[in-house]
Design a protein around this ligand. Structure first.
Ligand SMILES: [Zn+2]
Ligand SMILES: [Zn+2]
Length: 348
């Protein structure tokens, strides 16, 4: 077994604190990665604090993992020591259901194994990226082709990047299409960058006039202040697709009215309480759809990483030492981060 330092929550009410855990020795199919950086996702906070009522303690969060391969099993073909590698939200799935066969492991009908808090779907607890080393099955490890100096800024692509890339691709964001991105946080800022790079006309919706300049810098063609009925009305029936990243209950009708006939709004934010019910007439009259989307499969995650490397897409981050994690959580709750915290694991 490999001993590694980590940070864990021991209960829903305790702050994250130093912890030691053991990783398995790499088996034939396994890759051992020295973790260099780990992004801080809202799911980490929800899980550490037991807000989804499914947390097994101790809980070591972190599923935006980047680092360097230090050892591989003798059956591993695609990685060798020294390679840069990433691990996202999943480390395993059943491998034999229809979704797994189609490369959509995130929808595994038997439940994928989360990088941390894995027993949601059964099995042993899993410990995530707030640690120095991790051992993962080769088929769930991603190649990173970005320049090594940008590695910290690559980490959030493993969750925030794929969560936005997958629906943008699935619903055809690209040249000649007008795409709305709702919310400019960790997810939204990646959504704006990726939709822009895909060639779509991008309209950012935000409640904050203070984010207009940032929205434009990140790639939005226009920014709409969503609290202004006049500005919202100007976009009525204009959008082919909306990626809604807001994780707080809000009026979905305000956005449904902006979709063209046959347009779709995909929800990727996960509010603790349901959204207020939307008016069915907004769907019926233009055959509009409300949809959802969960991260992306391993093949698509690799495609996203390669796309981002080719287009110079990185997350906008604030790097922190691990000891700052509890303060970082408090700042995330206030929306005080542009746009992702990333932990420098050398600090652990
Ligand atoms: Zn996440
Ligand atoms: Zn499966």
């Amino acid at each position: 077994m490999i001993k590694t330092r980590a940070y864990a929550a021991r209960s829903s009410t305790s702050a994250l604190a130093p912890f030691e855990l053991e990783r398995r020795d790499p088996g034939a199919e396994d890759v051992q990665i020295e973790i260099l950086h780990c992004g801080v996702c809202h799911s980490d906070l929800h899980t550490a604090r037991g807000e989804w009522q499914n947390t097994i303690y101790p809980c070591v969060p972190g599923h935006e993992i980047v680092g360097r391969v230090v050892a591989v099993g003798n059956g591993v073909r695609r990685f060798k020591p020294g390679d840069l590698a990433g691990v996202g939200c999943m480390i395993d799935s059943c491998g034999h259901c229809d979704s797994c066969h189609e490369g959509e492991e995130q929808y595994c009908e038997n439940g994928f194994t989360g990088t941390y808090n894995g027993p949601v779907f059964g099995g042993e607890n899993t410990f995530g990226g707030y640690s120095r080393t991790i051992v993962v099955k080769e088929s769930f490890v991603l190649h990173i082709r970005h320049d090594e100096k940008d590695l910290a800024r690559v980490a959030p692509l493993l969750c925030a990047g794929i969560t936005t890339y997958s629906p943008l691709r699935h619903w055809g964001a690209g040249p000649g299409r007008t795409v709305g991105i709702v919310g400019l946080g960790g997810l939204g800022h990646m959504g704006v960058k990726i939709a822009h790079a895909l060639g779509a006309h991008v309209v950012l919706f935000t409640t904050s006039p203070g984010k207009i300049a940032d929205g434009e810098r990140l790639g939005a063609d226009s920014v709409c202040i969503s609290t202004s009925p006049q500005q919202m009305a100007a976009h009525a029936n204009q959008l082919d697709f909306i990626l809604n990243t807001v994780a707080a209950p809000h009026d979905l009708d305000a956005y449904l009215r902006l979709l063209k006939r046959d347009g779709t709004m995909a929800l990727v934010g996960a509010p603790a309480e349901p959204h207020p019910p939307s008016n069915v007439f907004n769907l019926i009259f233009k055959r509009r759809r409300i949809a959802g989307s969960l991260i992306g499969g391993i093949r698509e995650t690799q495609e996203m990483l390669d796309f981002c490397a080719d287009h110079g897409i990185l997350s906008d981050i604030e790097t922190i030492p691990i000891a700052y994690i509890n303060s970082a959580y408090e700042r995330m709750l206030k929306g005080d981060v542009k746009y992702r915290f990333v932990i420098d694991m050398a600090s652990l």
